[in-house]
Design a protein around this ligand. Structure first.
Ligand SMILES: C=C1C[C@]23C[C@H]1CC[C@H]2[C@]1(C)CCC[C@@](C)(C(=O)O)[C@H]1[C@@H]3C(=O)O
Ligand SMILES: O=C(O)CCC(=O)C(=O)O
Ligand SMILES: [Fe+2]
Length: 384
Protein backbone atom coordinates (compact mmCIF):
# COMPACT_ATOMS: atom_id res chain seq x y z
CA UNK A 1 0.00 0.00 0.00
CA UNK A 2 1.39 3.42 -0.94
CA UNK A 3 2.28 5.70 1.94
CA UNK A 4 1.70 8.96 0.05
CA UNK A 5 -1.69 10.36 1.01
CA UNK A 6 -4.02 11.69 -1.68
CA UNK A 7 -6.45 14.44 -0.69
CA UNK A 8 -10.08 14.20 -1.71
CA UNK A 9 -11.18 17.61 -2.84
CA UNK A 10 -14.43 17.73 -0.85
CA UNK A 11 -13.28 16.14 2.35
CA UNK A 12 -10.67 15.97 5.01
CA UNK A 13 -10.32 12.34 4.06
CA UNK A 14 -6.98 10.98 3.00
CA UNK A 15 -6.26 8.08 0.75
CA UNK A 16 -5.03 5.96 2.40
CA UNK A 17 -6.03 7.71 5.61
CA UNK A 18 -3.12 8.29 7.97
CA UNK A 19 -2.84 5.88 10.90
CA UNK A 20 -3.76 7.62 14.15
CA UNK A 21 -0.70 6.01 15.69
CA UNK A 22 2.29 6.10 13.31
CA UNK A 23 3.24 2.56 14.35
CA UNK A 24 -0.26 1.25 13.60
CA UNK A 25 -0.44 -1.03 10.55
CA UNK A 26 -3.38 -0.78 8.08
CA UNK A 27 -4.90 -4.06 9.29
CA UNK A 28 -4.77 -2.78 12.89
CA UNK A 29 -6.76 0.29 11.93
CA UNK A 30 -9.31 -1.99 10.27
CA UNK A 31 -9.49 -4.11 13.39
CA UNK A 32 -10.07 -1.05 15.54
CA UNK A 33 -12.89 0.18 13.33
CA UNK A 34 -14.46 -3.27 13.02
CA UNK A 35 -14.40 -3.58 16.80
CA UNK A 36 -16.14 -0.21 17.12
CA UNK A 37 -18.89 -1.26 14.68
CA UNK A 38 -19.39 -4.53 16.55
CA UNK A 39 -19.62 -2.70 19.90
CA UNK A 40 -22.85 -0.89 18.78
CA UNK A 41 -21.58 2.15 20.59
CA UNK A 42 -20.53 5.41 18.97
CA UNK A 43 -17.04 6.34 20.20
CA UNK A 44 -16.33 9.80 21.60
CA UNK A 45 -13.81 10.60 18.86
CA UNK A 46 -15.41 12.29 15.91
CA UNK A 47 -14.63 9.89 13.08
CA UNK A 48 -18.16 8.50 12.83
CA UNK A 49 -20.02 11.71 13.63
CA UNK A 50 -21.64 13.40 10.63
CA UNK A 51 -22.40 17.13 10.32
CA UNK A 52 -25.90 18.04 11.49
CA UNK A 53 -26.86 19.16 7.98
CA UNK A 54 -26.27 15.58 6.73
CA UNK A 55 -28.22 13.82 9.50
CA UNK A 56 -31.05 16.40 9.69
CA UNK A 57 -34.73 15.54 9.36
CA UNK A 58 -34.32 11.78 9.66
CA UNK A 59 -37.62 9.84 9.53
CA UNK A 60 -39.74 13.02 9.47
CA UNK A 61 -41.57 12.34 6.22
CA UNK A 62 -42.44 9.27 4.23
CA UNK A 63 -42.14 9.12 0.44
CA UNK A 64 -45.59 8.50 -0.92
CA UNK A 65 -45.18 7.64 -4.58
CA UNK A 66 -46.90 4.99 -6.68
CA UNK A 67 -44.99 1.74 -7.07
CA UNK A 68 -44.65 0.62 -10.70
CA UNK A 69 -46.15 -2.79 -11.48
CA UNK A 70 -43.91 -4.28 -14.18
CA UNK A 71 -46.14 -7.33 -14.78
CA UNK A 72 -48.23 -5.90 -17.64
CA UNK A 73 -45.20 -4.39 -19.36
CA UNK A 74 -43.27 -7.65 -19.21
CA UNK A 75 -46.30 -9.50 -20.66
CA UNK A 76 -46.48 -6.97 -23.52
CA UNK A 77 -49.76 -5.27 -22.55
CA UNK A 78 -49.73 -1.86 -24.27
CA UNK A 79 -51.98 0.00 -21.79
CA UNK A 80 -49.96 -1.27 -18.84
CA UNK A 81 -46.75 -0.27 -20.66
CA UNK A 82 -48.00 3.27 -21.26
CA UNK A 83 -49.02 3.58 -17.58
CA UNK A 84 -45.71 2.21 -16.33
CA UNK A 85 -43.69 4.47 -18.68
CA UNK A 86 -45.63 7.53 -17.53
CA UNK A 87 -45.08 6.78 -13.82
CA UNK A 88 -41.42 6.06 -14.45
CA UNK A 89 -41.02 9.35 -16.36
CA UNK A 90 -42.59 11.32 -13.51
CA UNK A 91 -40.37 9.67 -10.88
CA UNK A 92 -37.20 10.14 -12.94
CA UNK A 93 -37.87 13.81 -13.73
CA UNK A 94 -38.78 14.60 -10.12
CA UNK A 95 -36.14 12.74 -8.09
CA UNK A 96 -34.55 9.96 -10.15
CA UNK A 97 -36.25 7.29 -8.08
CA UNK A 98 -38.99 4.68 -8.47
CA UNK A 99 -39.88 1.24 -7.13
CA UNK A 100 -41.00 -1.81 -9.07
CA UNK A 101 -43.03 -4.89 -8.21
CA UNK A 102 -43.82 -7.99 -10.30
CA UNK A 103 -40.25 -7.74 -11.54
CA UNK A 104 -39.84 -11.51 -11.95
CA UNK A 105 -36.96 -11.72 -9.48
CA UNK A 106 -37.83 -14.68 -7.30
CA UNK A 107 -38.62 -13.54 -3.73
CA UNK A 108 -37.09 -16.75 -2.35
CA UNK A 109 -33.86 -15.83 -4.11
CA UNK A 110 -33.91 -12.41 -2.41
CA UNK A 111 -34.47 -14.09 0.97
CA UNK A 112 -31.62 -16.51 0.26
CA UNK A 113 -29.36 -13.57 -0.65
CA UNK A 114 -29.99 -12.08 2.82
CA UNK A 115 -29.19 -15.40 4.52
CA UNK A 116 -25.82 -15.33 2.77
CA UNK A 117 -25.23 -11.70 3.88
CA UNK A 118 -25.55 -12.96 7.46
CA UNK A 119 -23.07 -15.77 6.84
CA UNK A 120 -20.54 -13.53 5.09
CA UNK A 121 -20.45 -10.78 7.71
CA UNK A 122 -20.43 -13.27 10.60
CA UNK A 123 -17.13 -14.74 9.44
CA UNK A 124 -14.08 -14.01 11.55
CA UNK A 125 -12.51 -10.60 11.11
CA UNK A 126 -9.33 -12.30 9.97
CA UNK A 127 -11.20 -14.03 7.15
CA UNK A 128 -12.99 -10.82 6.13
CA UNK A 129 -9.76 -8.86 6.19
CA UNK A 130 -8.15 -11.39 3.88
CA UNK A 131 -10.65 -10.07 1.32
CA UNK A 132 -10.32 -6.36 2.10
CA UNK A 133 -10.52 -3.82 -0.71
CA UNK A 134 -7.32 -2.34 -2.05
CA UNK A 135 -7.01 1.39 -2.79
CA UNK A 136 -8.65 2.41 -6.07
CA UNK A 137 -10.65 -0.83 -6.29
CA UNK A 138 -14.21 -1.37 -5.05
CA UNK A 139 -14.11 -5.17 -4.93
CA UNK A 140 -13.77 -6.89 -1.56
CA UNK A 141 -14.54 -6.26 2.10
CA UNK A 142 -14.59 -2.82 3.71
CA UNK A 143 -15.16 -1.87 7.32
CA UNK A 144 -16.56 1.70 7.41
CA UNK A 145 -14.28 2.59 4.46
CA UNK A 146 -11.63 3.33 7.07
CA UNK A 147 -8.89 2.48 4.57
CA UNK A 148 -9.96 5.51 2.51
CA UNK A 149 -11.55 8.13 4.69
CA UNK A 150 -10.57 9.69 7.98
CA UNK A 151 -13.78 11.56 8.82
CA UNK A 152 -17.56 11.01 8.37
CA UNK A 153 -16.97 7.26 8.40
CA UNK A 154 -20.09 5.38 7.26
CA UNK A 155 -21.43 3.05 9.96
CA UNK A 156 -21.37 -0.05 7.76
CA UNK A 157 -19.51 -3.09 6.54
CA UNK A 158 -19.63 -3.80 2.82
CA UNK A 159 -18.67 -6.67 0.57
CA UNK A 160 -18.49 -5.95 -3.16
CA UNK A 161 -17.86 -8.12 -6.22
CA UNK A 162 -18.00 -7.73 -10.01
CA UNK A 163 -20.47 -8.97 -12.58
CA UNK A 164 -19.45 -8.62 -16.21
CA UNK A 165 -22.40 -8.80 -18.67
CA UNK A 166 -20.06 -10.03 -21.41
CA UNK A 167 -19.42 -13.32 -19.69
CA UNK A 168 -22.37 -15.60 -20.24
CA UNK A 169 -23.98 -17.65 -17.48
CA UNK A 170 -21.92 -20.75 -18.09
CA UNK A 171 -18.83 -18.85 -16.96
CA UNK A 172 -20.12 -18.70 -13.39
CA UNK A 173 -17.96 -15.69 -12.66
CA UNK A 174 -19.46 -15.02 -9.22
CA UNK A 175 -19.15 -18.67 -8.21
CA UNK A 176 -15.51 -18.59 -9.32
CA UNK A 177 -14.82 -15.41 -7.35
CA UNK A 178 -16.29 -16.84 -4.15
CA UNK A 179 -14.43 -20.12 -4.66
CA UNK A 180 -11.11 -18.40 -5.17
CA UNK A 181 -11.67 -15.97 -2.28
CA UNK A 182 -13.23 -18.16 0.40
CA UNK A 183 -12.76 -21.74 -0.77
CA UNK A 184 -15.32 -24.36 0.24
CA UNK A 185 -16.69 -22.31 3.15
CA UNK A 186 -18.87 -20.01 1.04
CA UNK A 187 -19.65 -22.22 -1.93
CA UNK A 188 -23.38 -21.71 -1.48
CA UNK A 189 -23.02 -17.91 -1.27
CA UNK A 190 -21.27 -17.91 -4.65
CA UNK A 191 -24.04 -19.83 -6.38
CA UNK A 192 -26.80 -17.74 -4.78
CA UNK A 193 -25.16 -14.44 -5.77
CA UNK A 194 -24.47 -15.80 -9.24
CA UNK A 195 -28.23 -16.36 -9.63
CA UNK A 196 -29.03 -13.04 -8.00
CA UNK A 197 -26.72 -11.14 -10.40
CA UNK A 198 -28.05 -13.05 -13.42
CA UNK A 199 -31.55 -11.94 -12.38
CA UNK A 200 -30.39 -8.34 -11.83
CA UNK A 201 -28.84 -8.24 -15.29
CA UNK A 202 -32.13 -9.37 -16.87
CA UNK A 203 -34.12 -6.86 -14.83
CA UNK A 204 -31.71 -4.01 -15.57
CA UNK A 205 -32.25 -4.56 -19.30
CA UNK A 206 -36.06 -4.69 -18.88
CA UNK A 207 -35.85 -1.38 -17.04
CA UNK A 208 -33.63 0.01 -19.81
CA UNK A 209 -36.43 -0.84 -22.28
CA UNK A 210 -38.96 1.03 -20.18
CA UNK A 211 -36.59 3.98 -19.71
CA UNK A 212 -36.14 4.19 -23.52
CA UNK A 213 -39.90 4.08 -24.09
CA UNK A 214 -40.50 6.71 -21.41
CA UNK A 215 -38.10 9.10 -23.18
CA UNK A 216 -39.67 8.51 -26.62
CA UNK A 217 -36.56 6.65 -27.86
CA UNK A 218 -36.45 3.41 -29.77
CA UNK A 219 -37.36 0.69 -27.23
CA UNK A 220 -33.99 -1.05 -27.57
CA UNK A 221 -31.88 2.12 -27.31
CA UNK A 222 -30.59 1.72 -23.74
CA UNK A 223 -30.69 -2.11 -23.88
CA UNK A 224 -28.20 -1.98 -26.75
CA UNK A 225 -26.07 0.52 -24.88
CA UNK A 226 -25.95 -1.46 -21.63
CA UNK A 227 -26.20 -5.09 -22.76
CA UNK A 228 -22.43 -5.57 -22.65
CA UNK A 229 -22.04 -3.56 -19.43
CA UNK A 230 -20.24 -4.19 -16.18
CA UNK A 231 -21.84 -4.14 -12.73
CA UNK A 232 -20.78 -4.13 -9.11
CA UNK A 233 -22.83 -6.09 -6.60
CA UNK A 234 -22.59 -4.80 -3.05
CA UNK A 235 -23.82 -6.35 0.21
CA UNK A 236 -24.33 -3.80 2.98
CA UNK A 237 -24.57 -4.55 6.68
CA UNK A 238 -25.36 -1.62 8.96
CA UNK A 239 -24.84 -2.72 12.57
CA UNK A 240 -27.06 -1.18 15.28
CA UNK A 241 -25.71 1.98 16.89
CA UNK A 242 -26.60 3.48 20.26
CA UNK A 243 -26.38 7.05 18.87
CA UNK A 244 -27.96 6.38 15.49
CA UNK A 245 -29.04 10.00 15.10
CA UNK A 246 -25.42 11.26 15.03
CA UNK A 247 -24.02 8.99 12.36
CA UNK A 248 -25.07 7.62 8.95
CA UNK A 249 -24.83 4.26 7.23
CA UNK A 250 -24.30 5.95 3.88
CA UNK A 251 -24.13 9.74 3.68
CA UNK A 252 -26.16 11.95 1.31
CA UNK A 253 -25.09 11.21 -2.27
CA UNK A 254 -26.06 10.32 -5.78
CA UNK A 255 -24.67 7.11 -7.21
CA UNK A 256 -22.01 7.96 -9.81
CA UNK A 257 -22.92 4.95 -11.97
CA UNK A 258 -25.91 4.68 -14.34
CA UNK A 259 -28.63 2.71 -12.61
CA UNK A 260 -28.86 1.09 -9.19
CA UNK A 261 -31.21 -1.76 -8.27
CA UNK A 262 -31.55 -1.97 -4.51
CA UNK A 263 -33.40 -4.18 -2.06
CA UNK A 264 -33.58 -3.14 1.59
CA UNK A 265 -34.62 -5.46 4.40
CA UNK A 266 -37.60 -4.75 6.66
CA UNK A 267 -35.68 -2.55 9.17
CA UNK A 268 -35.94 0.58 6.98
CA UNK A 269 -33.56 3.52 6.73
CA UNK A 270 -33.30 4.41 3.04
CA UNK A 271 -34.22 8.06 2.47
CA UNK A 272 -34.58 10.02 -0.77
CA UNK A 273 -34.33 13.79 -1.16
CA UNK A 274 -37.52 14.79 -2.90
CA UNK A 275 -38.82 18.33 -3.39
CA UNK A 276 -36.26 19.58 -0.86
CA UNK A 277 -37.14 17.11 1.94
CA UNK A 278 -35.63 13.84 3.09
CA UNK A 279 -38.34 11.18 2.74
CA UNK A 280 -38.10 7.63 4.01
CA UNK A 281 -38.76 4.72 1.71
CA UNK A 282 -41.00 2.23 3.50
CA UNK A 283 -39.49 -1.25 3.01
CA UNK A 284 -41.51 -3.71 0.92
CA UNK A 285 -40.25 -7.28 0.63
CA UNK A 286 -41.71 -7.57 -2.89
CA UNK A 287 -40.34 -4.28 -4.29
CA UNK A 288 -37.01 -3.34 -5.79
CA UNK A 289 -35.85 0.26 -5.55
CA UNK A 290 -34.40 1.86 -8.68
CA UNK A 291 -32.11 4.89 -8.36
CA UNK A 292 -30.85 6.72 -11.41
CA UNK A 293 -27.16 7.62 -11.17
CA UNK A 294 -25.09 10.56 -12.42
CA UNK A 295 -23.96 8.77 -15.57
CA UNK A 296 -27.58 8.17 -16.60
CA UNK A 297 -28.45 11.79 -15.85
CA UNK A 298 -25.68 12.81 -18.28
CA UNK A 299 -26.95 10.31 -20.88
CA UNK A 300 -30.35 12.06 -20.85
CA UNK A 301 -28.80 15.56 -20.92
CA UNK A 302 -30.24 16.14 -17.46
CA UNK A 303 -33.88 15.40 -18.37
CA UNK A 304 -33.83 12.61 -15.80
CA UNK A 305 -32.25 13.41 -12.41
CA UNK A 306 -29.81 11.31 -10.46
CA UNK A 307 -31.36 10.30 -7.15
CA UNK A 308 -30.08 11.95 -3.95
CA UNK A 309 -30.32 9.47 -1.13
CA UNK A 310 -28.82 8.38 2.21
CA UNK A 311 -29.10 5.40 4.56
CA UNK A 312 -29.81 5.77 8.29
CA UNK A 313 -28.74 3.27 10.91
CA UNK A 314 -31.02 1.79 13.53
CA UNK A 315 -30.61 2.00 17.33
CA UNK A 316 -31.57 -1.59 17.95
CA UNK A 317 -31.37 -3.69 14.81
CA UNK A 318 -28.85 -4.49 12.12
CA UNK A 319 -30.03 -3.26 8.71
CA UNK A 320 -29.04 -4.95 5.44
CA UNK A 321 -29.33 -4.08 1.78
CA UNK A 322 -28.44 -5.70 -1.55
CA UNK A 323 -27.23 -3.26 -4.19
CA UNK A 324 -26.54 -3.83 -7.89
CA UNK A 325 -24.74 -0.92 -9.61
CA UNK A 326 -25.01 -0.89 -13.43
CA UNK A 327 -22.31 0.68 -15.63
CA UNK A 328 -21.77 0.79 -19.39
CA UNK A 329 -18.82 -1.08 -20.90
CA UNK A 330 -15.64 0.88 -20.30
CA UNK A 331 -15.16 2.05 -23.90
CA UNK A 332 -18.73 3.37 -24.39
CA UNK A 333 -18.99 7.14 -24.76
CA UNK A 334 -21.51 8.75 -22.41
CA UNK A 335 -23.30 11.21 -24.72
CA UNK A 336 -26.97 12.14 -24.82
CA UNK A 337 -28.62 11.11 -28.12
CA UNK A 338 -29.74 13.85 -30.58
CA UNK A 339 -33.38 12.89 -29.99
CA UNK A 340 -33.15 14.13 -26.41
CA UNK A 341 -31.94 17.59 -27.36
CA UNK A 342 -34.80 20.05 -27.77
CA UNK A 343 -34.53 22.41 -30.75
CA UNK A 344 -30.96 23.63 -30.93
CA UNK A 345 -30.26 22.77 -27.27
CA UNK A 346 -26.61 22.16 -26.39
CA UNK A 347 -25.29 19.17 -24.51
CA UNK A 348 -24.88 20.02 -20.81
CA UNK A 349 -22.16 17.46 -20.15
CA UNK A 350 -18.88 16.66 -21.89
CA UNK A 351 -18.49 13.30 -23.64
CA UNK A 352 -16.84 10.96 -21.16
CA UNK A 353 -16.47 7.25 -20.39
CA UNK A 354 -17.34 5.39 -17.20
CA UNK A 355 -13.63 4.89 -16.26
CA UNK A 356 -13.30 8.73 -16.13
CA UNK A 357 -16.09 8.95 -13.55
CA UNK A 358 -14.72 5.95 -11.70
CA UNK A 359 -11.27 7.53 -11.46
CA UNK A 360 -12.86 10.73 -10.18
CA UNK A 361 -14.82 9.06 -7.37
CA UNK A 362 -12.03 6.71 -6.37
CA UNK A 363 -9.09 9.10 -6.43
CA UNK A 364 -10.26 12.68 -6.30
CA UNK A 365 -13.74 13.09 -4.89
CA UNK A 366 -15.88 11.36 -2.30
CA UNK A 367 -19.40 10.96 -3.78
CA UNK A 368 -21.87 13.43 -2.29
CA UNK A 369 -24.82 15.50 -3.52
CA UNK A 370 -22.60 17.53 -5.88
CA UNK A 371 -20.76 14.71 -7.63
CA UNK A 372 -21.91 15.36 -11.21
CA UNK A 373 -21.20 19.13 -11.39
CA UNK A 374 -17.88 18.55 -9.61
CA UNK A 375 -17.00 15.78 -12.04
CA UNK A 376 -17.76 18.03 -15.03
CA UNK A 377 -15.55 20.77 -13.64
CA UNK A 378 -12.69 18.31 -12.99
CA UNK A 379 -13.12 16.58 -16.36
CA UNK A 380 -13.15 19.85 -18.30
CA UNK A 381 -10.05 21.11 -16.57
CA UNK A 382 -7.99 17.91 -16.77
CA UNK A 383 -9.26 15.68 -19.57
CA UNK A 384 -11.31 17.52 -22.16
C1 LIG B 1 -18.15 3.50 -8.18
C2 LIG B 1 -18.63 3.33 -6.98
C3 LIG B 1 -18.25 4.15 -5.81
C4 LIG B 1 -19.23 3.69 -4.74
C5 LIG B 1 -19.41 2.23 -5.11
C6 LIG B 1 -19.66 2.32 -6.59
C7 LIG B 1 -21.05 2.90 -6.83
C8 LIG B 1 -21.60 3.79 -5.67
C9 LIG B 1 -20.52 4.54 -4.85
C10 LIG B 1 -20.91 4.89 -3.38
C11 LIG B 1 -21.73 3.76 -2.76
C12 LIG B 1 -21.73 6.17 -3.23
C13 LIG B 1 -21.81 6.56 -1.73
C14 LIG B 1 -20.43 6.78 -1.13
C15 LIG B 1 -19.51 5.55 -1.27
C16 LIG B 1 -18.10 5.95 -0.85
C17 LIG B 1 -19.95 4.49 -0.24
O1 LIG B 1 -20.50 4.87 0.82
O2 LIG B 1 -19.69 3.31 -0.41
C18 LIG B 1 -19.52 5.08 -2.75
C19 LIG B 1 -18.82 3.84 -3.26
C20 LIG B 1 -17.35 3.76 -3.10
O3 LIG B 1 -16.61 4.72 -3.43
O4 LIG B 1 -16.90 2.68 -2.71
O1 LIG C 1 -28.37 0.69 1.98
C1 LIG C 1 -29.06 1.48 1.35
O2 LIG C 1 -30.29 1.49 1.44
C2 LIG C 1 -28.43 2.50 0.45
C3 LIG C 1 -27.03 2.16 0.01
C4 LIG C 1 -26.51 3.10 -1.02
O3 LIG C 1 -27.03 4.15 -1.27
C5 LIG C 1 -25.31 2.72 -1.78
O4 LIG C 1 -24.67 1.70 -1.45
O5 LIG C 1 -24.99 3.46 -2.75
FE1 LIG D 1 -26.32 4.95 -3.20
Amino acid sequence: MSSSPLMYRNDTALFPSPPSDPKEQPHQKYETVATILASKSLPKDEKFIWPSVDVADALKHELNEPVIDLGGFIRGDSDATARAAQLLREGCMKHGFFQVTNHEVNLDLIRAAYDEVDIIFKQSLEKKLSMRTEPGVVRGYSSAHSHRFSSKLPWKETFTFYYDYNRNDSNHQVVEFFDSSFGEDLKQSGSIYQRYCDAMKELSLVIMDLLSISLGLNRSFFREYFQDGFSYMRLNSYPPCNSANLTLGTGPHSDPNSLTILHQDQVGGLEVLSEGNWKSVRPRPDALVINLGDTFMALTNGIYKSCLHRALVNEAKERRSLVFFVNPREDKVVRAPEELLANGEERKYPDFKWPDMFEFVQKHYRPDVETLPSFVEWFNSTKA
